[in-house]
Write a protein that binds this ligand. Structure first.
Ligand code: ADP
Ligand code: MG
Length: 301
């Protein structure tokens, strides 16, 4: 795999920037150039134990929550059972699925902090068959502080996941925008990390730091942790800057970058208001088909 040094040098190179139309916009789209046919997922005859994937980037607003919801929903279309875990006190994952977690008494917080409460006690079904959710709300913000004094504090989520792991094929964890203890818990519980990355210049620096954290967790807490892939989000073919940043990311991380890119479109903010994944809100949209492609890539890993 490409190293952090590669990523850093990609960052250091000069850039031109800013959205521009014209001659440059007629250049080839670097994302399109990488696209190959994807294998059709095989049907399953039995379920579990789940592969756990953390959706992680310490930068906010890069598409973590959107990708968690829509990758999860797309995986269920291929017959997979999926549990989504909201590990962000903002609770946007719960809201995005139309679940009013602000008023709920039992959430991920209780499963993490109370020995008698299990994940099975706090999970709820969503409107999508095969898709369950462990909700979160502002209560979770206390966990970061309270966990500090726990024994094996980094393994808390890993321990509570054991209870439901056999019920699902995939467990996706929507991380908060920080590299604090909750995120370290997600990385310790996961086998894979998906890094949603907004195609803009400053994103690259953040990724170097994130990769560093992932390496540390792998070394000290979770040897089986791997980066499943970097997912370009809010991709806009029309801007030179976006295409350039994407090319740099591919130069630095090569095969680790998913061939699927998620285009920037107003349909995603709409889905949040609707409380539905794009795969049901606008099933024939290009956004829905992009997340289906991502699901195919994830299933082929
Ligand atoms: P994060 O969880 O990383 O903070 P979100 O998934 O909540 O990011 O996305 C941040 C905002 O951007 C939300 O309003 C969401 O609807 C919007 N968004 C996400 N993906 C896209 C996209 N591909 N195109 C346009 N807007 C998007
Ligand atoms: Mg989020």
């Amino acid at each position: 795999m490409a190293t952090r040094a590669d990523a850093a040098s990609a960052v250091a190179r000069p850039q031109d920037s800013g959205p521009e139309m014209g001659a440059a916009s007629r250049q080839q789209d670097p994302a399109k150039a990488r696209q190959r046919p994807l294998p059709e997922p095989k049907p399953l005859t039995e379920h579990g134990p789940a592969r756990v994937i953390a959706m992680c980037n310490q930068k906010g607003g890069v598409g973590k929550t959107t990708s968690t919801i829509n990758l999860g929903a797309a995986l269920t279309e291929y017959g997979r059972r999926v549990l989504l875990i909201d590990l962000d006190p903002q609770g946007a994952l719960s809201v995005g699925l139309g679940i009013p977690a602000q008023n709920m008494d039992r959430t991920i917080y209780n499963a993490l902090m109370e020995r008698k409460t299990t994940l099975a006690d706090v999970r709820v079904p969503t409107d999508i068959p095969g898709l369950d959710l462990v909700p979160s709300n502002i209560d979770l913000s206390a966990a970061e502080v309270q966990l500090v004094s726990e024994v094996a504090r980094e393994q808390t989520l890993l321990r509570v996941l054991a209870d439901v792991r056999n019920d699902y094929d995939y467990i996706l964890i929507d991380c908060q925008p920080s590299l604090g203890l909750l995120t370290v818990n997600a990385l310790t519980a996961a086998q894979g990390v998906i890094i949603p990355l907004e195609c803009e210049f400053f994103s690259l620096r953040g990724v170097a730091l994130l990769v560093d954290t992932i390496d540390k967790v792998k070394e000290r807490l979770n040897p089986s942790l791997e980066i499943s892939g970097i997912l370009a989000t809010m991709y806009d073919t029309r801007t030179v800057h976006c295409r350039e940043v994407f090319s740099r990311v591919v130069e630095a991380f090569d095969d680790v970058v998913f061939q699927t890119v998620i285009q920037r479109t107003v349909r995603f903010p709409e889905t949040t208001v609707a409380g539905q994944p794009i795969t049901t809100w606008a099933p024939t949209s290009s956004g829905a088909s992009a997340y289906r492609d991502l699901a195919k890539e994830v299933l082929a890993l």
